[in-house]
Design a protein around this ligand. Structure first.
Ligand code: PMV
Length: 328
């Protein structure tokens, strides 16, 4: 039995534009997915608690045929099971052990499909725990790459390396196409607001793609997000949290122009700004889910808690620890 954990992430800058080759800066946060893998003779048994509000258990021989009893949409459950299946395929590929079975137990503090990289964190932790259980220790870069293959497969090719690289390495990272690296960052006082919902990443990415083909303004907006990211990298290097906040505000405005914000996301962004936040923006695909603000005081957290549409607000500072083994 081996247990490993990996962090979720927020996008400080650059979601959506990263799909078109612009750089993006995701940051790992202190909310982790923990996966325990135990070898068994055959089949795959998955037990997950806290993946959303309810847990679920499903037992199956290699493929998810049973319907878990869980209070989230079917597509989220299918996607969740897909990530676990594919992560186990990667474990088998990396270890050469084709015929073994596994018990997989997942505990996650990261809401599903809400822009905090839950699937990447689960895939990264599962690959680390699964390979270690079979006596193979992979470097975090290889785990990142294998978890990226998982996301690409489950998401029909529509995945960037951002979530998986960030989760495996921890800290702040810069992703531009296949070029992924860790970057220096000051302490970042992240506050997250969650509307209890989830966006449909595939549909949102497709919507931006259409807009970009139809209107020059949308193509310019994607490029302008790239400019914000480059300015943001400088602000990170300078440790200038105020400038980072200002740039986050600009980034949110441009994401709104691309049609991926929502009423509840906007409400939480404005609540945080009306508190003491240096800046605030949606994180991830948008449509619903989470916003991220920078605020070392308790003001924006309190403001969001009183905002209709905000189901939960929490502090989650930058996590410099990527994937790590917890127990064996
Ligand atoms: O919502 P998330 O955390 O899956 O992030 C999606 C980010 C996009 O840039 C919209 C798509 C991608 O794969 O980079």
């Amino acid at each position: 039995m081996v247990t490993a954990s990996a962090p979720g992430k927020v996008y400080l800058f650059g979601e959506h534009a990263v799909v078109y080759g612009e750089p993006a800066v995701p940051c790992a946060i202190e909310r982790r997915a923990t996966v325990t893998v135990t070898e068994r003779s055959d089949g795959l048994r998955v037990q997950a608690d806290d993946l959303s509000l309810n847990g679920f258990t499903v037992e199956y021989e290699g493929k998810a045929t049973d319907r878990p009893d869980i209070d989230v949409s079917e597509s989220l459950v299918d996607a969740g099971m897909g990530y676990i299946n594919e992560a186990i395929e990667q474990v088998k590929d990396a270890t050469g052990a084709e015929s073994v079975g596994f018990d997989v137990e997942i505990n996650s503090q990261i809401p599903l499909g809400a822009g905090l990289g839950s699937s990447a964190a689960v895939a990264v932790a599962a690959i680390d725990a699964g390979t270690r259980e079979l006596g193979v220790e992979l470097q975090p870069e290889e785990i990142a790459d294998r978890a990226y293959q998982v996301e690409k497969k489950v998401q029909d090719g529509e995945a960037s390396r951002a979530d998986t690289f960030c989760s495996a390495m921890g800290g702040a990272v810069r992703v531009e196409g296949d070029d992924c690296r860790q970057i220096e960052a000051p302490e970042l006082p992240f506050v997250v607001g969650y509307d209890g919902g989830a966006g449909d990443t595939g549909a949102l990415v497709a919507g931006v793609r259409r807009l970009r083909e139809q209107y020059d303004f949308a193509a310019d907006t994607v490029e302008a997000i790239g400019d914000i990211v480059r300015n943001g990298e400088q602000a990170l290097a300078d440790g200038n949290v105020e400038e980072l906040g200002r740039l986050m505000d600009f980034n949110h405005g441009l994401l709104s122009a691309l049609g991926v914000s929502s009423r509840s996301l906007d409400a939480m962004v404005w609540a945080a700004r009306n508190g003491e936040a240096h800046g605030a923006k949606l994180t991830g695909a948008g449509g619903g889910g989470c916003i991220v603000a920078l605020d070392e005081t308790a003001e924006s957290l309190t403001a969001m808690e009183y905002t209709p549409g905000c189901e939960q607000a929490f502090r989650a500072e930058l996590d410099t620890t990527g994937v790590q083994m917890e127990a064996e």
